[in-house]
Design a protein around this ligand. Structure first.
Ligand code: AMP
Length: 280
């Protein structure tokens, strides 16, 4: 496995590989890798000759400096996991390498970013757009793999790829969960034992909310039910629970089209911000 820290070196190596006719699959991450990330590496390995994983805790997508400071950084262990998963290339630049100066360009994703994560993390998707487009230019992948755990991110990246004619395919991948249903996340390692024991309520609530909607309950009733549910567990601070169209992320009042409804939520648990969703 090759590890690059400098943009020019990564580019030079990848150019040679592309000239030799190899297809490139790309998995952008912020590190602190877990089995969810590795499942993206496995998908990429199936489809491409060469798999590149980037590890970069991108400062421009954190609206909360404390959150950025606390974000886990485990580069050595990440490289061991990637080596074991037979990833071919790791690109792990420093913030100075990626941003010698802060970019002046601003992304505006319109209604895709005024809801949910975009609403509660102002500037987040601008930072995502900047870093992912820079990484796409550096790696020049044929396919890029993104987890549906970050459903809104997938929608935003698809929009960006379409608007800017990036010559690549976005491959959305399913969310990997722990045995008790908790969505795997780098942030889970910051949960206390007590918080970890409560965390599966997020997925349990999403399943219950799905059943309500499938039984023709309205979105408003389902949202009220969710708020009630978390009142029983005051350790959670529910930030939002939205019932939305899977593609446009616009709120919907009732389930209409099968396979096109998403319930997305974010909650703080013991000071750790967790997000999850369910699509049905
Ligand atoms: P992150 O390191 O959190 O930025 O995530 C890097 C990529 O891994 C993103 O495309 C995420 O959506 C994806 N990812 C994170 N958690 C999971 C999971 N539990 N299952 C599948 N993909 C995931």
């Amino acid at each position: 496995m090759q590890i690059f820290y400098a943009i020019a070196e990564a580019q030079e190596y990848l150019k040679t590989q592309q000239k030799a006719g190899k297809t490139i699959g790309f998995v952008p991450t912020m590190g602190a890798l877990h089995a969810g990330h590795i499942s993206l590496i496995e998908s990429s390995r199936k489809d491409n000759d060469l798999t590149v994983c980037s590890i970069f805790v991108n400062p421009t997508q954190f609206n909360n400096p404390e959150d950025l400071k606390k974000y886990p950084r485990t580069l050595e262990k990440d490289c061991e996991l990637l080596e074991a998963a037979q990833c071919d290339v790791v690109f792990a630049p420093t913030a100075e390498e990626m941003y010698p100066a802060l970019p002046k360009l601003k992304f505006d994703f319109g209604t895709l970013e005024t809801v949910m994560e975009g609403k509660f993390r102002p500037g987040h998707f601008n930072g995502v757009g900047i870093v992912v487009s820079k990484l796409f230019h550096i790696v020049k992948p044929d396919k890029a793999y993104f987890g549906l755990k970050d459903l809104q991110q997938v929608a935003v990246i698809r929009q960006m790829v379409s608007d800017l004619s990036f010559d690549l395919t976005i491959v959305p991948c399913p969310t990997l969960r722990e045995a008790d249903g908790l969505a795997m996340s780098s942030r889970n390692m910051r949960l206390s034992a007590e918080a970890r024991a409560l965390a599966p309520h997020i997925h349990q609530l999403l399943e219950l909310a799905k059943d309500k909607l499938l039984n023709r309950e309205s979105s408003a009733h389902t949202q009220a039910f969710a708020e009630d549910y978390f009142r029983k567990y005051p350790e959670f601070e529910l930030e939002y629970l939205e019932i939305a169209d899977f593609d446009t992320l616009e709120p919907i009042s009732q389930v209409n089209v099968p396979g096109k409804t998403a319930i997305c939520m974010a909650a703080f648990l013991g000071g750790v911000r967790l997000i999850d969703n369910i699509v049905f």
